[in-house]
Design a protein around this ligand. Sequence first.
Ligand SMILES: Cc1cc2nc3c(=O)[nH]c(=O)nc-3n(C[C@H](O)[C@H](O)[C@H](O)COP(=O)(O)OP(=O)(O)OC[C@H]3O[C@@H](n4cnc5c(N)ncnc54)[C@H](O)[C@@H]3O)c2cc1C
Length: 483
Amino acid sequence: MLSSSLLLLLSACTSGEKVDSDSSDGHLECEVAIVGGGAGGLYTAFRLAPELGAGVCLFEKEAVLGGRIHDVTRSDDPDGPRVGVGARRVMEGQTVLLDLADELGMVLETPGNKQDLIEARGGYGFSKEDLVGLYELEPDASGDTETALYDAIRFSPERANASSYADFPAYVKAVVGEEGHAFLHDMSRFRADFNYALDTAGYLDYLDEEWDVCCTPSYPVGGMSAFIDGMAASTEAGGARIYTEEPVASINRSEGGYELVTASRTVHAAKVVIAVPPVALNWITGDVVDEIKAQAIYKDIVGVKVVSITQWWPDAWYNAIVNPDVATDNNVWRAWTTDHCLNFIEIPQEPYAAAAHVTRSVYNDDLECSNFWENLAGQGDAAVNAEVKAGLELLFANNGLTTPLSIPDPLETHVQVWPAAWHWLGAGTAATNADLYEWAAEPLPGENIGLVGEAYNVQRSGWSDAAYKSSIHLLNTHYGMSL
Ligand SMILES: Cc1cc2nc3c(=O)[nH]c(=O)nc-3n(C[C@H](O)[C@H](O)[C@H](O)COP(=O)(O)OP(=O)(O)OC[C@H]3O[C@@H](n4cnc5c(N)ncnc54)[C@H](O)[C@@H]3O)c2cc1C
């Protein structure tokens, strides 16, 4: 059931009456103003456009839509394959993304190669189990010590006392010991999970869900931007208005709704959807925003700083890195180390991106290392390239497992710093992931303000899935939809 104000607007639209304006004095009338054109904001506009047409206005700070879905090409080949410096893949269990890809007519590629190479404590292995001996741990009889340790932390009776631990790392150490913690930290490609002061209960709730998001990744032809392009085209075809390079500076209450001040306009809207994460909302002023920011649950959201470094190569030198114990699909597609800030390299195997001879040479979420890369980037590409090469040499030059090789010089390097790539609840919060999700749909009780995006659905931290689901939740609970 649509709200009465929306119905009024709809009937005005169908009768051809003028319901919105972009007057010469820069004043704009909108039924719903959406702040931010990332996955969450754009999805909201995409779903509202068929109902409200020009009543929907979306304001995006940057020249391009997409936010943390951001693909790049080599500078001298702008029509070449686009590769993600943020989001890259969709998992088999992410039905919301897969259905959306289907709806937008996207093509996904699912490559076969799945070999990993891991370096930790000076040892190398194709399997995590190969490295258990480097830790003071009893290998689990199942042959999968990592899963046994995760099972211990997920199903321990101690979980009932989660709130008594200072943070998630402290809980892990209490349940599986220092060496168990070290092994899980080193075997995971993501370090923030075990380094940041995260809320134990919230992280474990996330982990339970993440565990079930099985197994095989697929990659959109055209990069993850294909989601953004498809939604933007449909949104505009539905008559909604998208304004890029139009940052919103303030949001205040005004008669009959809200007033937003953007770079070049004053906007009046009956409803507002704020689709920017805290790192961006902190720069927006106004009574509405101040009241949201003052709430404890908002302050409890923690963002993880991530650096990704993308490099294009003269040839696919990395195709020589294979697991000789495996007969087919034996190329290494990702490798990680705890002994270098490179942290984690991804080698695309999907034909669309592989054609570009491009790797995500650094994918790092450790805070100290992220700061290190950010500082190094300030010194220029030569400094970054030398350090990346040192990391790649540590992994591949002489690991005793794969054919020794020398690392060539890249043709081009792109450093991307994400000050808050993904989010969780911080230690000490009184809130659950579910509380945050519900709160975001109506952060100011009784008001037509909603927050959408991955930062407000930390149960799916780190995935665009989170942003879409938080938008769906708002649209279902406050816009009469049943998505
Ligand atoms: C390195 C990395 C890897 C990832 N990998 C994957 C993956 O493989 N698969 C996957 O599904 N997800 C992945 N993600 C997560 C996914 O990218 C995000 O969850 C999702 O894109 C977040 O969308 P959002 O709408 O919540 O926020 P954002 O993308 O942050 O969008 C917010 C938008 O608001 C805009 N904005 C900010 N301030 C203002 C303002 N004042 N006025 C107007 N606009 C403003 C921003 O420019 C931005 O476009 C990854 C993310 C990162 C960083």
